[in-house]
Design a protein around this ligand. Structure first.
Ligand SMILES: Cc1cc2nc3c(=O)[nH]c(=O)nc-3n(C[C@H](O)[C@H](O)[C@H](O)COP(=O)(O)OP(=O)(O)OC[C@H]3O[C@@H](n4cnc5c(N)ncnc54)[C@H](O)[C@@H]3O)c2cc1C
Length: 388
């Protein structure tokens, strides 16, 4: 089915030529290379490794970073890449978000020159893969409680602890592990072939099935002095990476929503019940009108966020607002699309069910919906309600 991208408010004309070109290139790539096979990968619970070289060639990895083999696009173009990739599948967008925003960005922003030279060109090409280990079995929304530790040795550091729910964990060559050194959170670039490092995939996921999610166990893993990210200390490190990734997720969620809306509209126009296509019934039109409204609002949030980011004015709280809103509505839209498709909506012949299930993870990761509510609440009241 050809994809018709919703642009109800003519937002297209507010992007630069370069941004439109990047978006259209990725849109065509998703139609040609991702959509034909992603359903099979999702059903099998496998990640499409075969696409990684193409991600590198197209400049999708570390797209908005400057130098070290990265294309240096505008933040908005990076967002549009995420939008298009997530139109394909949230798991594919997750792969690129983790590589770009959660591993390449901190190396670029906080790494030594030697770390940048060692990792970034290979990561941009897709020959070196990374993962981001922050969450632990007992510390998700509250990462400050993490138990993973780093201790100084004669030649570097030794790391011990467990990280869970780590995207790309078992396929990564390098893990950015956040651990406490003398009680302060620091980032360590840990080669995953080190003795004591084990990555085990988490079985039984019914969401993000075309994405690798793993547990990382570090049992006295020795790394050199050069593993420490020198440029950042404290939770500010991981939180600033998450801001980068969430920015892309806001766009990505709209990509998934646009795919679901397009599928639902096309289906509703074709599907005849009683006297006419179901698109002609008021209750169905109400659902479609809600989808158009919420996608348009979400697209406008993204555009404005992009321009604020380019001007250096975007706050983490503004990103929280968009993440909370856009993922919430994408999840609702996927459910309504599934409903419009009736029984066909529960089969893998259509995409909306896959998007619906994927979006459950997106709702929870990168700060849950509730946690973003509290971030906004704290911002407007000046009172933190995380731990009353
Ligand atoms: C598929 C997938 C991939 C992931 N990839 C990564 C990754 O690459 N790297 C990584 O580090 N992590 C990753 N995560 C982990 C993710 O970031 C966490 O799941 C998330 O932060 C939530 O933590 P939790 O699951 O422990 O839930 P919890 O923190 O236990 O929260 C459970 C519920 O309690 C609510 N809650 C918690 N605290 C409060 C409060 N103070 N007030 C009100 N409600 C509250 C939450 O909103 C939620 O509804 C991934 C998760 C998934 C599902």
């Amino acid at each position: 089915m050809a994809f018709h991208a919703l642009d109800y408010y003519g937002i297209d004309e507010l992007f630069t030529d370069e941004e439109r070109l990047v978006r259209d290139t990725v849109r065509a790539f998703v139609s040609d290379r991702i959509l034909p096979t992603v359903g099979k990968h999702w059903a099998a619970g496998t990640f499409p490794h075969e696409l990684i070289p193409a991600f590198g060639k197209l400049g999708l990895l570390g797209a908005s970073l400057i130098g070290y083999g990265c294309p240096g696009t505008t933040p908005t173009a990076y967002g549009l890449i995420c939008q298009e990739l997530e139109r394909g599948d949230s798991g594919i967008r997750s792969f690129c978000s983790v590589q770009s925003s959660l591993v390449m960005f901190p190396i670029w922003a906080f790494g030594s020159e030697e770390q940048k030279q060692r990792y970034l060109p290979g990561m941009a090409a897709g020959t070196l893969l990374g993962c981001f280990g922050l969450t632990e079995p007992d510390f998700g929304s509250n990462p400050s409680g993490m138990l993973t530790t780093a201790t100084r040795t004669d030649r570097g550091y030794v790391l011990s602890g467990t990280k869970r729910w780590i995207t790309n964990g078992s396929i990564a060559h390098v893990a950015l592990v956040w651990a406490k050194l003398d009680g302060i959170v620091r980032g360590f670039l840990v080669p995953t072939d080190r003795p004591g490092f084990v990555a085990r995939d988490i079985p039984g996921k019914w969401s993000l099935r075309a994405s690798v999610t793993s547990e990382l166990i570090l049992e006295e893993v020795h790394v050199g002095e050069d593993a420490l990210l020198p440029g950042v200390q404290g939770l500010k490190g991981p939180l600033s990476c998450l801001s980068q990734a969430r920015f892309g997720i806001c766009f990505g969620a709209m990509g998934a929503a646009m795919a679901c809306y397009d599928e639902a509209l096309s289906y509703a126009k074709d599907r005849v019940q009683f006297s006419r296509p179901i698109a002609g019934y008021q209750l169905v039109q109400r659902k479609l009108a809600d989808m158009v409204t919420e996608i348009t609002k979400g697209q406008l949030l993204c555009l404005r966020m992009g321009r604020l980011k380019e001007a250096g004015k975007l706050t983490p709280q503004q990103i929280s607002l968009s993440k909370r809103n856009n993922v919430y509505w994408a999840r609702e839209i996927a459910r309504d699309a599934r409903d419009i498709l009736g029984a066909n909506g529960v089969t893998d012949e259509y995409q909306c069910g896959r998007h619906m299930l994927n979006l459950e993870s997106v709702y929870t990761y990168e700060g849950t919906h509730d946690i973003h509510t509290l971030v906004i609440g704290q911002d407007v009241t000046g009172l933190a309600a995380f731990d009353p």
